[in-house]
Design a protein around this ligand. Structure first.
Ligand code: NAD
Ligand code: MG
Length: 393
């Protein structure tokens, strides 16, 4: 039996992960489930999957969960707080860790899993964006395995040779074609963008996801974070990454080789495919995803990206180029701006402005340890919050 911890079990990726695991309960044993504050959902998940540990990052929520489980499943040990996330990511009885907490909140536990030498199933792209070098070093130095869950990166992984330690050129890769749906506002008249509501922004045409990544998809910051994620995962600079709009989200990304071959991975837009792939790799298991009906899909379209419509994508390329802590600053400012947009404190088109102003207010620094990343994350949040307050007054 393979022991698994699901960090962020109550979220969109967490729920899809548990769906796949439930189909293979003879192979995988759930050791720990974690959530932030959704007591009801984590309680239900505990009853179904009977983990040894249930963690709530929020202490008050942990108390409520404890009170419920004391009666319904007293064998589940409830832990509280951010440190407990790191603990359940590193337990000896855990082989695999699904890192599916959203945002910088997942950084420490994702790195803890790498340091403990686990197979890390990485959905929490923000962790890699913030601390790419540190994260990749932790994987390598501790004999951990990194399997991408992000559908594009999982697709690229499936189309790549296994040894990338000498760079993409050495294995004949000419470029990576990172596909993007373009989100809900791909064709919205530009002058309307400042009036779009949070409800419109989170209504993704192809994928059902958490709110933060849905807004990121609408601004295309998600694709920007994914460019950075791809550079770290596949040991390349951003010049080899080309973003291609593909509105149907059927091709999840492609790899082009020097001989002109282009390999693609296709499938219905359902995260259970990359989750099942990463769980079983190098084998294959059923995921519950239905067969791809290409006749029903009919057409696969491709378009170039309009950087003017999606300034967040340019900001992400630039931050990666600047290096050091710039991607962490970009990520933190984005998290603050997206939260403010969801609270209707700023408009949709304010999001890139807040990020750009934050990046110009804070110089990027060399990153040699996690504290630098965490400090710059904190400073960027403060600066971004100030910018938002000033805009409101
Ligand atoms: P979500 O909002 O649905 O779930 C987030 C999870 O993180 C929840 O379990 C929540 O309880 C937990 N969480 C939030 N704040 C926390 C905190 N402070 N401490 C501890 N736990 C906390 O998000 P999601 O859509 O499942 O996305 C999760 C991650 O996966 C993100 O990094 C996202 O970019 C990535 N991802 C998601 C999808 C998708 O289809 N949903 C696809 C690709 C990548
Ligand atoms: Mg993705």
């Amino acid at each position: 039996m393979i022991g698994i911890t699901v960090l962020g079990a109550t979220g969109s990726i967490g729920v899809s992960t548990l769906d796949v695991l439930a189909r293979h309960s003879e192979q995988y044993r759930v050791i720990a489930l974690t959530g932030n504050s959704q007591v009801e959902r984590l309680h239900e998940q505990c009853l179904q999957h009977r983990p040894q540990y249930a963690v709530m990052a929020n202490e008050a929520a942990a108390e409520q969960l404890q009170a419920r489980l004391k009666i319904s499943a007293p064998d589940v040990e409830v832990l509280a707080g951010a440190e407990a996330l790191e603990k359940v990511a590193s337990l000896t009885e855990v082989d695999y860790v699904m890192a599916a907490i959203v945002g910088a909140a997942g950084l420490r536990s994702s790195i803890a899993a790498a340091k403990a030498g686990k197979r890390v199933l990485l959905a929490n792209k923000e962790a890699l964006v913030m601390s790419g070098r540190i994260f990749m070093d932790a994987i390598r130095e501790n004999g951990a395995e990194l399997l991408p869950i992000d559908s594009e990166h999982n697709a690229i992984f499936q189309c790549m040779p296994s040894d990338l330690s000498h760079g993409l050129g050495k294995v004949g890769v000419r470029k990576v074609l990172l596909t993007a749906s373009g989100g809900p506002f791909r064709e919205t008249p530009l002058e309307m963008l400042q009036h779009v509501s949070p409800a419109q922004a989170v209504a993704h045409p192809n994928w059902s996801m958490g709110k933060k990544i849905s807004v990121d998809s609408a601004t295309m910051m998600n694709k920007g974070l994914e460019v950075i994620e791809a550079c770290w995962l596949f040991n390349t600079d951003s010049s080899k990454i080309e973003v291609v709009l593909h509105p149907q989200s059927i091709i999840h990304s492609m790899v082009e080789y020097v001989d002109g071959s282009v390999l693609a991975q296709l499938g219905n837009p359902d995260m259970r495919t990359p989750i099942a792939h990463a769980l079983a790799w190098p084998k294959r298991i059923e995921s519950g995803v239905s067969s791809l009906d290409l006749i029903a899909v009919g057409n696969l379209e491709f378009q170039s990206v309009d950087f003017g419509r999606f300034p967040c994508l340019r900001l992400a390329f630039d931050a990666f180029q600047a290096g050091g802590s710039a991607p962490a600053i970009l990520n933190a400012a984005n998290e603050i701006a997206v939260a403010a947009f969801l609270e209707e404190e700023i408009t949709f088109t304010d999001i890139p402005d807040v990020i750009e102003e934050t990046l110009s207010a804070l110089p990027s620094r060399d990153v040699d340890n996690l504290n630098t990343v965490l400090n710059d994350d904190k400073s960027a949040r403060a600066v971004a919050n100030d910018i938002i307050l000033r805009r409101a007054s």
